[in-house]
Ligand binder design. Structure first.
Ligand code: AMP
Length: 399
């Protein structure tokens, strides 16, 4: 089976053609500068091709992707009929989606209704969906939501302690993000541990970071909130912050709420604390050279992640398994060590040698550690492809 995975942003569109059973990717690439001019970067057959192609809308971007996939030289399939289904990454499913779903008119309407909750991403995701519908009307499509995995949280975790009318009238609550990644590593942790009945904390640590507390395979709490701004500090996002900071800055510097939120989303986090970069590799390098601001940024990040782990272990009533994933979680042995330092009281004992692993599935705790600590590389695309295949196959079987 061939599933085309689409991740549409406001001016970009990433794609992969994947076999959901083996996870083999036959082609992947990126359309950039949509609405500006248009550039396609395509990787297939061990070769990278870059082409400037006019992309006045997402439709031309999708058309360019399909054209190169069937190209006699750079393509990997003979006809677009070989694409069995399309899986779309969609940011916000609000309270309407607790799982992936086959795209039909009702699904599109519900994604539209979630636009106030995901004002930047949902419109772009919809453009990707509509563009695919236009050029491949007979191919089944599936929406996979970043929020869906977290919909099993109980009210005590998802409700904010603010007047109820904002929840009842406006759906203001904690949703959480990176759900496809949390779902994937949870599934793998269950497979690798050979048991589902466990208390698990996932640390998705990358440019954006979030943690989730999972019991018996179901999410109980997560660090991001109504938006991805909440939780631990990130590459350029502040993470959790007292709302009065926003009021203070707006009043003193005459900033609008939107300007202040842009500052918190794009100019804060590790970038602000380090004064150097939002990229952990740069920060680690500078810290090693003695830069005190970079050392503080790394210390602060590890401290906040450690605090969440402690809080979630308390929320779950114990901890069996701790998972590190995403760019930093998969690759930075020093950050994993910093985070786990001081967690011995919870039964977390890292093995310094095993912890040197990079980018592959491995246990990094000692044999006698009460908590099994794993590095599990995330694979959101595979999760999207598997969800898509499962829904499309079930729909076919039901016919
Ligand atoms: P992601 O958003 O998951 O792609 O993760 C991106 C982040 O992972 C960036 O801040 C990178 O600096 C960080 N990263 C990737 N590789 C390493 C590494 N070997 N050591 C430290 N950080 C890394």
């Amino acid at each position: 089976m061939n599933v085309l995975i689409i991740n549409a942003g406001s001016s970009s569109l990433k794609y992969q053609l994947m076999d959901p059973e083996t996870g083999a990717v036959s082609a992947k690439g990126l359309c950039e500068r949509i609405y500006i001019d248009g550039r396609l970067t395509h990787n297939a057959n061990g070769k990278k091709v870059v082409k400037d192609i006019p992309m006045p809308t997402h439709s031309e971007a999708i058309a360019a992707v399909l054209a190169i996939l069937v190209d006699p030289v750079d393509g990997v399939i003979k006809s677009t009929d070989e694409i069995d289904a399309v899986g779309h990454r969609v940011l916000h499913g609000g309270m309407k989606f607790s799982d992936s779903c086959i795209i039909d008119d009702a699904c599109i309407k519900a994604i539209e209704e979630c636009i106030p909750l995901g004002p930047l991403h949902n419109p772009a995701n919809l453009m990707g969906i509509r563009a695919c519908q236009a050029v491949m009307p007979n191919t089944p499509q599936v929406a996979v939501f970043d929020t869906a995995f977290h919909m099993t949280m109980p009210p005590k975790a998802y409700r904010y302690a603010i007047p109820t009318e904002y929840y009842e009238n406006d759906d203001i609550r904690r949703y959480g993000f990176h759900g496809t990644s949390h779902k994937y590593v949870t599934k793998r942790a269950i497979e690798l541990m050979g048991r589902k009945d466990m208390k698990l904390i996932n640390c998705h640590l990358g440019n954006g970071s979030s943690l989730s507390a999972v019991k018996d395979g179901k999410c109980q709490d997560t660090s991001m909130g109504l938006s991805p701004l909440a939780g631990v500090p990130m590459g350029t996002r502040s993470g959790d912050i007292d709302a009065c900071v926003v009021q203070f800055i707006m009043n003193k510097y005459g900033m609008t709420a939107d300007e202040c939120l842009t500052m918190l989303n794009k100019k804060s986090g590790m970038l602000a604390l380090s004064g150097v970069s939002s990229d952990f590799r740069d920060i680690e390098q500078e810290a090693d050279k003695g830069n005190a601001d970079c050392a503080l940024a790394l210390d602060k990040f590890a401290y906040e992640v450690r605090k969440y782990i402690g809080a979630y272990a308390a929320a779950l009533g114990g901890l069996d398994c701790l998972v590190f994933t995403a760019g930093v979680g998969e690759n930075s042995a020093s950050m994993r060590a910093r985070i786990c330092e001081g967690l011995e009281f919870l039964g977390v004992k890292l093995d310094p040698e095993k912890n040197q692993t990079r980018g592959k599935e491995a246990v990094i705790s000692t044999d006698d550690s009460k908590v099994t600590v794993w590095v599990i590389p995330t694979n959101e695309e595979l999760m999207i492809a598997q969800d898509t295949a499962a829904l499309v196959n079930a729909a076919k079987a039901g016919k």
